[in-house]
Design a protein around this ligand. Structure first.
Ligand SMILES: C[S@@+](CC[C@H](N)C(=O)[O-])C[C@H]1O[C@@H](n2cnc3c(N)ncnc32)[C@H](O)[C@@H]1O
Length: 484
């Protein structure tokens, strides 16, 4: 039996006694059950997100194709270490569920990138106005630190100064095009664009270059609602900005006209919001983490009762919510939802209750694992082979977005990304990296190793440094530039 205690930082704090007591309870529960200890793993994470898709105790079958099915018991130390928590009872319930589940499953097992949690995520951004009206909380308040580092003026100044140096060099060689294109993907409420453009104007005045006259700042997002909000933020720059609806995972589909022309691509807190799978190496074998979304019996009953439905009707209502959005759902189901706000309350209750069951399934050979369009899993091999057993995110959506954005860059252009990155695979062993829920959206740390490998193969230098403009920030700045 293997016991893996992941949250090393947390264990160093004052939690030692509580964690010891959780471990004692686990050993007790395991002893009572007829579990094959030879095939048992216990993995303890400290799930820092107030809301996530995990129960405090999870059972994860490891389907290795042999008669001896292994089992992983996942424990969230943060919740189980609290004094009111009865770990024994929770373990027994989780183990009993293996034989008879009382959960309402909302989808079949599959890769997490295919899960409906991503439809919830995109609904959140597209119907954010309604969500915020009902919750009373703007999305930025839900970010760690209460605001986005994207609107940090010192960070903007740093980048713009670098851009000016590049443009000065090109101008000297008479190689500077007339139009200076900048692209932001995933603009949120447009605060970053406003700070960036205001700072640009200041620096341009100070430097007397007249670059602002030639600047064109394009804001891309898949949420028309947010593009409207962002456009309003930068109204005073309206001659130099435009907005475009695009899918961040395939920017080239919409932005082909910018190929090799964009001097600066900015993307902040978006990669952590794009779909991702997880893969794992267990005892030297590779596995895909498969998931399926469910509602536990008690919240399903309460939610169903609140709209005069049965729990059995929920999967269909949820599918319609995701397809139609809250406004149309309320129109088509007036008996259940008095108005769009009532449909949003239903949505929020479902979202809060949604969990993801997990199991490990043997991964196909890496060269057959397509983790983003046109990219097979070969790029993962060095990562999976060099580090022993590991469970990590593949960052499929971020990888697709990154690879499809690079061709838009001018040969002297820079892609800059602010996000939560794991840049060293050790990072997966010492903390929980998602998925978590922020308001109605999904968050996962981004596997920087994958992006660095993909960029490197395409002739780009990919560098990571700690975000330098706010102390205590866990944001990393990633840059990609054509290798000299
Ligand atoms: C967490 S917000 C970040 C906003 C802003 N960049 C910031 O740092 O505050 C994520 C943004 O990415 C957008 N987004 C998420 N997935 C996307 C996708 N697949 N295509 C386009 N935009 C997407 C959302 O609509 C939202 O504007």
């Amino acid at each position: 039996m293997l016991v893996d205690l992941r949250p090393t930082e947390r264990l160093r704090k004052d939690n030692g006694a509580a964690v010891a007591s959780v471990l004692g309870s686990i050993m007790h529960a395991v002893g009572d059950e007829s579990l094959d200890l030879d095939h048992l793993r216990i993995v303890c994470d400290w799930v820092q997100y107030k809301n996530s898709f995990r129960e405090a105790v999870e059972i994860r079958p490891i389907l290795n194709g042999s008669a001896h099915e292994q089992l992983e018991i996942g424990v969230d130390l943060r919740r189980t270490a609290s004094t009111q928590y009865d770990v024994n009872a929770e373990m027994s319930r989780a183990l009993a569920r293996r034989d008879e589940s009382d959960r309402h499953h909302l989808e079949p097992w599959g890769r997490t990138t295919a899960s409906l949690i991503w439809s919830f995520n995109s609904l959140y951004w597209k119907a954010l106005g309604l969500w915020e009206a009902v919750s009373g909380r703007p999305y930025e308040q839900a970010l760690p630190g209460g605001e986005s580092d994207a609107r940090n003026a010192a960070a903007a100044r740093d980048t713009i100064t670098r851009l000016f140096a590049i443009w000065d060099g090109l101008a000297e060689r008479r190689a500077l095009p007339d139009q200076l294109h900048v692209l932001e993907i995933g603009v949120g409420n447009g605060s970053q664009a406003r700070v960036w453009l205001d700072t640009f104007v200041e620096i341009d005045r100070e430097a007397g270059r007249d670059y602002y006259r030639r600047l064109h700042y394009l804001m891309g997002d898949y949420s028309p609602h947010l593009l409207d909000v962002a456009r309003a933020q930068v109204r005073h720059h309206e001659d130099h900005t435009s907005t475009i609806v695009l899918d961040a995972t395939k920017p080239s589909n919409t932005l082909g006209f910018l190929k090799y022309k964009t001097f600066f691509v900015y993307i902040s807190n978006v990669y952590d919001n794009l779909p991702t799978d997880e893969i794992a190496r267990i005892d030297g074998h590779l596995f895909q983490v498969e998931t399926r979304a469910y509602l536990a019996a008690a919240p399903a009953a309460a939610i169903a009762a609140s709209i005069n439905a049965t729990a059995g009707e929920l999967p269909d209502l949820i599918a319609r919510l995701l397809r139609l959005g809250p406004e149309l759902l309320a129109e088509t189901e007036p008996r259940r939802f008095a108005d769009a706000h009532a449909a949003v309350r239903f949505w929020a209750a479902v979202w809060e209750a949604i969990g993801l069951e997990e199991r490990y399934v043997a991964l196909p050979p890496l060269d057959e694992y397509e983790f983003a369009p046109g990219i097979n899993g070969e790029v993962l091999r060095p990562l999976m082979e060099a580090h022993g057993d590991v469970r990590m995110h593949v960052s499929n959506g971020a990888a697709a977005s990154f690879v499809d954005t690079l061709p838009l860059l001018h040969p002297h252009g820079i892609l800059e990304c602010h996000d939560i990155f794991v840049t060293n695979l050790e990072g997966y062993a010492n903390a929980f990296r998602g998925p978590g829920k922020y308001e109605g959206s999904v968050v996962n740390w981004v596997n920087g190793n994958v992006l660095a490998a993909l960029g490197g193969r395409r002739g780009f230098d990919v560098a990571f440094r700690k975000f330098a403009f706010r102390t205590g920030s866990n944001i990393t700045t990633m840059t990609a530039e054509v290798r000299e």
